[in-house]
Design a protein around this ligand. Sequence first.
Ligand code: PGA
Length: 255
Amino acid sequence: MKNSKPILVANWKDLPASREEARALLSGLAKKSALFKKTTLFVAPPYSYLESAAEKSSSYTRLAAQDIEILPTGRHTGSISTEILKNFGVRLVVIGHSERRRLGETDAEVREKVKIAMKAGIVPLICVGERERDPDGKHLEGLREQIKLSLGGIRKKDDVGKIVLAYEPVWAIGKRAQDAISPQDLAETILFIRKVLSDMFGRKIAEKVPILYGGSVEPANAQELFESTGISGFLVGHASLDINKFSKIAEALTL
Ligand code: PGA
């Protein structure tokens, strides 16, 4: 995805619990539109709030989905089609989040979902990340394998320019700033990921793929994680449900 502004994705997961809270969050974003306009902001709400989010979204907010389904032809009770997502204005979809992988999603399914999103004209935000970090770097081989398998369905080099990657070490998700990755480890891992992309698609293309970081991004660590680590922005979970915290993260990206 071509982008000059930092990318900020709010992953609400299965929260907030009420429509009122969801609306309050959306109003909070609208009030700070001048700040968020300096970023490329995507909000990924639970499906039930897509309508409210679509109504409130304007030039500074884009809609994202948290997953996409692999559906054979025919009708599917209980499913949400890519057509519905597109008609609500969904422009990006999170694919391969570790919380989906934990429920059994395989690399092959991730690969298939990437293809489906691209065919529908929705940008896939493909999540990768190790479950545990090995101090000697042994986890990097697993990360390489995961990237290769998850992106393996992208054949045309041109298509690589239409994806976004999110590096989310599973051990750092849903904790506090002090438990997140260090800026130095992040910078090294981003270099490693670019090398893998470069081996797959060539250096020129690999350099252009935006890579986001996700995993306990909070106001306390946002700035240091963004500065000189080579990332293009953040995928934010719990801190995106607090407008104050989320605004501070946006500020750190736009200093
Ligand atoms: P977190 O979640 O910011 O709460 O760690 C990130 C994510 O799961 O995408």
